[in-house]
Write a protein that binds this ligand. Structure first.
Ligand SMILES: [Zn+2]
Length: 60
């Protein structure tokens, strides 16, 4: 049996962009903190901090 286990939050190690998973819309969106959107740099090739450990498919 295979089960999808998406992460709920990720951060870019290069520009500091932070995103959260919007479950209802099935999209990543920029995290807002104190009215400030953590969008990072527009042209950054984002390197997400979940890359090393995150595996989209979990074998049960
Ligand atoms: Zn970035």
């Amino acid at each position: 049996m295979t089960k999808i286990e998406p992460p709920r939050e990720r951060a870019c190690e290069r520009c500091g962009r932070r995103e959260v998973w919007d479950v209802g819309r099935q999209v990543w969106r920029a995290l807002e903190e104190d009215g400030d959107r953590k969008v990072g740099r527009a042209h950054c090739l984002h390197e997400w901090d979940i890359n090393g450990t995150y595996s989209p498919i979990a074998d049960a």
